[in-house]
Design a protein around this ligand. Sequence first.
Ligand code: AMP
Length: 361
Amino acid sequence: MASGCAASASRGNGLEKLPNSSIRVLRTVSAVRRWRRPHLLDQRSVALVPTMGALHEGHLSLIRAAARENHHVVVSLYVNPAQFGVREDLASYPVTWDADAEALVRLDRELADDGHNLGRISAVFAPTTAEMYPGGFPGQEVDSKGSFVTITPVGELLEGRSRPTFFRGVATVCMKLFNIVQPERVYFGQKDVQQTVVIKRLVRDFMLPIEVVVCPTARAEEDGLALSSRNVYLGPRRRAVAPVLYNALRAAEDAYTGGARDRATVLGAAESLAARVLAEQTALGPEKRVRFEVDYLSLADPDTMEELEVVDPAKGGILSGAVKMLPVEAPGEGEDLGHSGGPPVRLIDNIILPGIETKSD
Ligand code: AMP
């Protein structure tokens, strides 16, 4: 991070570009403001796609959607320490600037060649933590003092229960990013469904003139695992079992589609599938097996994320869950355990149960 200050001094003029492209690299708030001002005057729409880098197809799908509907797309790449708990993986979170830059340049060419887009990737915003927290970074502890945005109760449920500072960190950094970039539209993935609910609340409750667009979850073609920057931690053995969460949610979805409306039946289908996979794995023994813990399986209201006893079919619901993949116990000779030696990996996923009478919304 120390070298980031030097970089922003020498390259913070906003004239740097990603190699072989017209994509500006903006590193400071003032550089973004200088870039933004003319587009306010010429009424060209600006979209923001916030990311923590380590880009994959899920991120790229958000950028594609943004380019279809806006004249300019700004992609932010910033690993926000405030949304990591003190015992989480901030230090090992994958940082892949060169690969990210190449992916963005490639995607920008694709957008230019495809006649259906209104815009392209105009800029990348890659600030330092000193730039994002001008009063000094307040820390990752639950009782840290500083300027925070908290969205409760939704931010305290589900993911918020397991990660008490997570949504405070997300809402705070998004408020900052929205104020810096002043986008007309922001693009988020359904993959992090509770985050989309928190961001919609933030926009509504603080009267931000922003449209929140939610894009579908991008999944691995072969088995439906939701793409995630954290999948690199898994290694092949755990990667093979990781779709257990999505398969469990699909079992619950099947129960709903088959007519079940009550929590016990719908979630029971997911719980049985997860229990069956865990039993199969346990029987394999330490040299072969994968261990995991189900953190939660939830059936919740789509607007509040409060747990539902019965789904109102007019409104639908959100099936979601989190599974912690535990480290491999007995690695084979030379076994690839994944990025950073294969630490515990928390996977999240969700499926929206559609409301049956929502078409006229
Ligand atoms: P992250 O870099 O993990 O903070 O994610 C940045 C944005 O990409 C968030 O809006 C995520 O919801 C979205 N995203 C992450 N994974 C996926 C995925 N598999 N499909 C669609 N969007 C995703």
